[in-house]
Design a protein around this ligand. Sequence first.
Ligand code: ATP
Ligand code: MG
Length: 393
Amino acid sequence: MKEILLCKYGEIVLKGANRKYFEDMLCREMKKRAKAYGNFDVYRSQSTIYIEPLDDFADFEGVCVAASKVFGIVALSRAAVCEKNMDSIRKTAREYIPAFLDGKKTFKVESKRSDKTFPLDSMELSREIGGEILSVCPKMSVDVHNPDVVVRVEVREYGAYVSAGRIKGAGGMPIGTNGRGLLLLSGGIDSPVAGYMMAKRGLKIEAVHFESFPYTSEKAREKVLDLAKQVATYAGDIYVHVVSLTHIQEELVKACDEDYFTLLLRRYMMTIAEKIAKQHGCGTLITGESLGQVASQTMKAIEVTDAAVKETPVFRPCIGMDKEEIVQIARKIGTFETSILPFEDCCTVFTPKHPKTRPELEKVLVEERKLDFDALVEEALESVDTVRIVAEY
Ligand code: ATP
Ligand code: MG
């Protein structure tokens, strides 16, 4: 019996005139990922992408997992393919479905007939197939309200498909359909989650990471590249631009009031990030900030940080989330265990004992002017080392 994977789109169905563009992007992404698992035909029809193994070597289990991480897909069903006639559909349901009902008590059949020339309507089809399943699984019963398993029969353009249960898709919008964004990626829990969330909304992600060697270690850099690799399983390949802040931090320590260190450093980060974003065609910056989480994320502190950004919007998808909610996503996308490895970040070296939680921009600027801001920014930009993280799906 031949199995195929049916992937249903989410909100791009609503895209009207642009729909074809979104569908093409989605199909391309799916093809790229399926390729890693063998020989598959990937095509689309009727708001669904079909992934069909072309030989026995194709890794169907693998492609199911990979496809469940593609943004733009809301649900996936692995289905048995059959001909568009009742004998074939009955036979397939009898042979294919019982394995999925093992250990379950109740089921219902939902049918969809997008080929309207099919002689039975969906109610009749569901009834027929329900009866067929009961004849081979007599201990099961039908529960139309709260079944343990939903069996689906779909009569579509190219054939009929029988499936049981669904895999939840990654949701969101296809990668790249909303432009490019530059993620400020630290080694913490929040920023990889922020990158994932914005990739989910269709942004193609690049990343900038600030380090302060030798105050931060080679291991700290590797940790961040590992995090980028994990985010890449959803977001696709990621260029990580690594920038040295060592000289800036040493100068800050020499010249400025300690209470302002973090804020001043964050203004350097945003300024440098905005310049890198412009060089690489990224239309937004993305950070993992969450309101009130630390002294540099109070409303006033964010105002001071944002004032360093000239003309690029800053997206902060975690701003309204509790740490626990962020952790939940970090666990889901597999970044959490790496994020909690105890390596230092440039924000955690030279930290003030009494950081300002209600800074005034004027006072920050007085401190900032004690150094040649522009020259230090230019120098940092010359230190950029770009690493391409290749996605492993
Ligand atoms: P995270 O868990 O992501 O590290 P955090 O709660 O530790 O966040 P901060 O250290 O104050 O918060 O940083 C806030 C945001 O600034 C981070 O989410 C990230 O977007 C950015 N950021 C902080 N440190 C770095 C860094 N070394 N390189 C790049 N971006 C950074
Ligand atoms: Mg951090």
